[in-house]
Write a protein that binds this ligand. Structure first.
Ligand SMILES: [Zn+2]
Ligand SMILES: [Zn+2]
Length: 338
């Protein structure tokens, strides 16, 4: 079979490699129905995070179970499943606390941009849908593997509850789905920081009530103005840069929450500044596995449609174009079909 490999900056190739097989009795092999390119893949693609050798790519996936190891009991061949970008046993203390992405036995998924994928710890990682989905549901189900679960975690970490004033920093796919998550959780007001017209449109569709194009000091001033000088109850930081993180902390009212899920690059915080702000910071890689049952139900009942963030669909063998389109911001997120 062929799969996506990154050779160096801006060099993605779709090339022949061995098909995966069951290696451990707890493994499953999935025939991928859809996969995609992630915003976090772009850090590697652009060379910001250097690689030392050709690297297989892809960590968002859903599809039909092709085979399972002898110890797998909750998943059976023929089922449609979704899994997280980190595997988890779902039995260790961190998993039981709801932090499956810190599982003591977690492994990275990084070969999902291919027709077949091996997933270890299948029982604790994969969740089956109630039935085989129709094609129109597949983009939204795929989104649960990472991008929607991550937006949801931002809202969860920032304690978004009914009536809260929420600011979302970032209008990438995760930022947009953080807005959808805040809306679904009953936020009273959702202020989207966005300068991009097409993304502003989707932000409004997903529940944003206000759009703020300003950034930096001007952005902070604008948020203060919109919140009567108080700041937001919850800020969802979906970028990962120093500027975005500091904006998020500065928008938050004393006692408020910052949920940060943008992978930080070069972010440093000043302890004394933080001390006097009285804000609560919580974030990290989303425990997608915790949210999968609830989110699958919301998609299945068509209460949410996170698949709308995919504005480009390509055959999997054109994966390199998916990276280019996202790098050049021609696409919010590229869906890939084997
Ligand atoms: Zn991802
Ligand atoms: Zn665990």
């Amino acid at each position: 079979m062929r799969g996506a490999m990154l050779y160096g900056p801006y060099d993605v190739r779709f090339e022949e490699r061995d098909a995966p097989t069951i290696l451990e009795p707890t493994d499953a092999i999935i025939r991928i129905s859809a996969t995609c390119v992630c915003g976090s893949d772009l850090w590697l693609y652009r060379g910001v995070t250097p690689i030392s050798a050709p690297t297989p790519m892809g960590h968002e996936y859903c599809g039909i179970v092709e085979a399972v190891g002898v110890e797998v009991s909750s998943i059976t061949p023929g089922q449609f499943v979704i899994g997280s970008f980190f595997t988890s046993d779902n039995t260790c203390p961190h998993c039981l606390a709801g932090y499956q992405s810190s599982c003591l036995h977690r492994e990275n998924i990084n070969r999902a941009q291919a027709p077949l994928l091996r997933v270890s710890l299948a029982d604790g990682t994969l969740v089956a849908t109630p039935d085989i989905p129709t094609d129109d549901l597949i983009p939204s189900l795929l989104a649960l593997s990472d991008v929607m679960a991550t937006g949801w975690f931002a809202a969860d970490a920032a304690n978004v509850t009914p009536g809260k004033v929420v600011v979302v920093v970032g209008d990438g796919a995760v930022g947009l789905l953080a807005m959808l998550s805040a809306k679904q959780r009953g936020a009273g007001r959702i202020i989207a920081m966005s300068r991009h017209p097409a993304r502003q449109q989707l932000a409004l569709e997903f529940g944003a009530t206000d759009i703020v194009p300003e950034r930096g000091d001007e952005g902070v001033a604008r948020i203060k103005e919109l919140t009567d000088g108080i700041g937001a109850d919850a800020v969802l930081e979906c970028v990962g840069t120093q500027e975005a993180m500091m904006q998020a902390i500065r928008f938050t009212r004393p006692g408020g929450y910052v949920g940060y899920i943008g992978v930080p690059h070069g972010v440093t915080l000043d302890g004394q500044d933080l001390f006097f702000r009285h804000v609560r910071l919580h974030g990290g890689p989303a425990p997608a596995r915790r949210f999968l049952p609830e989110l699958i139900e919301l998609v299945w009942k068509k209460q949410i449609n996170p698949g709308k963030v995919f504005d480009l669909t390509l055959p999997l063998d054109q994966v390199a174009e998916g990276y280019r389109a996202m790098d050049e911001r021609r696409a919010i997120k590229a869906l890939l079909l084997p």
